[in-house]
Write a protein that binds this ligand. Structure first.
Ligand SMILES: [Zn+2]
Ligand SMILES: [Zn+2]
Length: 335
């Protein structure tokens, strides 16, 4: 099969011929229909901070058709359309029993979706509900991340919410805040290129992240935010989130900052801010994200700004490392 391979940090992927994946026990092979580019893939192939090893195929936001199943697989069959959580747990530990494989100490990651075929674990896979297309299904993963954040932040009805960052994760946080009963939702970013997407997905206001975000956000929301989602993942953003949140409010970190950051603890102390981190999602959040799309709420489609072929993919991915007008870029390896 053909796949986009990480050959050098910060450099374009190289499309190479690799052996087709073979499903082990409990695994299946999907013929990839779409695979979304995630900000974490950009971070972890940059050469700064935490990185994937070289010669790796990345990509964990995929959907496709089951073309082969391994030994003992009973919940998937050839021809099924599916997506999958890109982690499979041991199936026995408390985290796995709670359907939360990302918290399993013995999890195996299957994150090689920038390819024509990808392995999935049967336990982590989900067949697509009737009304969810393969293209929409690739958005399940980022939507589920936003849902996890909203759950971890214990968002209460009527809450004032500020989302810092208008990438897919920030937009997903705004999307779920709106649907889980937030009173007002503001999204902030350095440019307003995603303002219309944020509005479409549920934001009431868009705030340019200039020097005094705290004041601008409070004005847009009618008061300082009860919950701030940090969805940028760059140094300085956590401190900015603390600066914006109301006293006794909650900062929920979804941004994937892989380099050291500094902040002044007494700034958070003075507000007795609650700080939570949210990574990935459990099976319930993943399935709920599929279910909302099945029910006809496909606002998340607005995030998709381009779909590219495997040949065009290395350059398209590379372009996302700099200033860009793109939001969610999808790979269609068979285009
Ligand atoms: Zn992702
Ligand atoms: Zn486990």
């Amino acid at each position: 099969m053909r796949a986009a391979v990480l050959k050098a940090y910060g450099q374009p992927f190289v499309v190479e011929e690799l052996p087709d994946p073979k499903p082990g026990p409990g695994q299946a092979v999907l013929k990839v229909s779409r695979c979304g580019v995630c900000g974490s893939d950009l971070h972890m192939s940059s050469g700064h901070g935490l990185n994937f090893p070289l010669d790796t195929v990345l990509g964990h936001e995929f959907s496709g058709e089951v073309v082969e199943v391994g030994q003992g697989v009973s919940r998937l069959k050839v021809g099924d359309l599916a997506t999958a959580m890109p982690m499979t747990g041991c199936g026995r530990c408390p985290a796995c029993q709670a359907n939360d494989p990302f918290r399993c100490a013995d999890r195996v990651s299957l994150t090689a979706g920038y390819a024509e075929y990808v392995l999935v674990g049967e336990r982590s896979a989900a067949r697509l509900p009737a009304m969810v297309s393969l293209a929409d299904a690739a958005l399940t993963e980022p939507l589920a991340c936003g849902l996890r954040g909203a759950e971890r932040a214990a968002l209460s009805p009527g809450a004032r919410v500020l989302v810092i960052g208008a990438g897919a994760i920030g937009l997903a946080a705004a999307y779920w805040s709106r649907r889980l009963g937030a009173g007002k939702v503001a999204v902030s970013a350095r440019t307003d290129r995603a303002a219309h997407i944020a509005a479409y997905m549920g934001a009431d206001a868009f705030v340019r992240a200039d020097a005094d975000l705290s004041a601008a956000a409070a004005e847009a929301l009618g008061g300082p935010p009860d919950v701030v989602f940090e969805c940028v993942g760059a140094p300085g953003m956590f401190a900015q989130a603390v600066d914006c949140v109301r006293p006794d409010g909650t900062v929920c970190v979804l941004g994937f900052c892989t380099v050291p950051d500094s902040f002044v603890p007494s700034d958070a102390l003075a507000k007795e801010a609650r700080v939570v981190f949210a990574l990935a999602y459990d099976r319930a959040a993943f399935e709920r994200s599929l279910a909302v799309m099945d029910a006809g709420d496909v606002a998340a489609r607005a995030m998709v700004t381009s779909t590219v072929s495997l040949d065009a993919f290395p350059a398209a991915f590379q372009a996302l490392r700099g200033p860009t007008d793109q939001c969610k870029v999808l790979l269609d390896p068979w285009a």
